[in-house]
Design a protein around this ligand. Structure first.
Ligand SMILES: Cc1cc2nc3c(=O)[nH]c(=O)nc-3n(C[C@H](O)[C@H](O)[C@H](O)COP(=O)(O)O)c2cc1C
Length: 197
């Protein structure tokens, strides 16, 4: 992609590049933006984890992730919605940072649609018998055996995280000519700026 870097000196094309990266990362499991990190607050501490990108909506500026409704991040997000998403691909030499707000969806139309679109393999992990993060003595007791579970019953533990961003920062590394830019929608209209890298 970087053989012909059309976005190098254009803010407009830089934003388009970021949108293309996230759009294509949804189905491209080899893209490092397919598994970005999502950071949330746990009181005054920061909690960061890898999540799989399930959807990127350019117009509404959100990313969709799936998770277990019993996981620690649910309470964190319910207490404080301010979150960030970060990704870096060393082949592309591009880092993208997003600031925004997360919301949880469970037992609603959004979670139902997301569940119905999920593959069996993805659904299986929601049948684990206890909360993710719980301390246990023997990990093998919690291995999921397909023949022993009712896959659809995992829906009760399934949650969707919608991360809506209002700030995107793009960093492209290129020798002495790095390019860093910001795209800010927090006051309504988009304000784009070059930044010193
Ligand atoms: C490659 C990879 C993909 C992952 N995808 C997800 C995911 O889509 N959703 C999720 O909740 N956790 C995912 N995890 C696990 C999280 O990183 C994390 O360990 C887990 O969600 C517990 O986080 P929490 O205690 O902060 O809730 C993934 C981990 C890796 C390494």
């Amino acid at each position: 992609m970087n053989e012909k870097i059309n976005f190098y000196n254009s803010l407009e094309l830089t934003l388009s590049e970021a949108e293309i990266i996230f759009s294509s990362a949804v189905d491209d499991s080899k893209s490092l933006f397919h598994t970005p990190t999502l950071s949330t607050f746990e009181n005054k501490k920061i909690s960061t984890r890898t999540v799989v990108l399930r959807e990127f909506n350019r117009e509404k500026r959100y990313l969709r992730f799936h998770t277990d409704s019993r996981s620690n991040k649910i309470n964190q997000i319910n207490d404080e919605s301010t979150s960030t998403v970060h990704g870096y691909d060393p082949d592309l030499k591009i880092q993208i940072r997003l600031n925004g707000q997360t919301t949880i969806h469970q037992n609603d139309e959004i979670s139902r649609n997301a569940w119905d679109q999920s593959r069996e393999m993805s659904k299986m992990c929601y049948s684990v018998s206890n909360s993710p993060g719980k301390e246990i003595l023997a990990p093998e007791e919690y291995d999921i055996v397909k023949e022993q579970i009712e896959i659809e019953s995992g829906y009760k533990n399934f949650a969707v995280i919608i991360f809506k961003f209002d700030y995107l920062e793009f960093l492209f590394l290129k020798g002495a000519g790095h390019r860093r830019s910001s795209f800010d929608w927090s006051n309504g209209d988009l304000i784009s700026n070059w930044l010193i890298p």
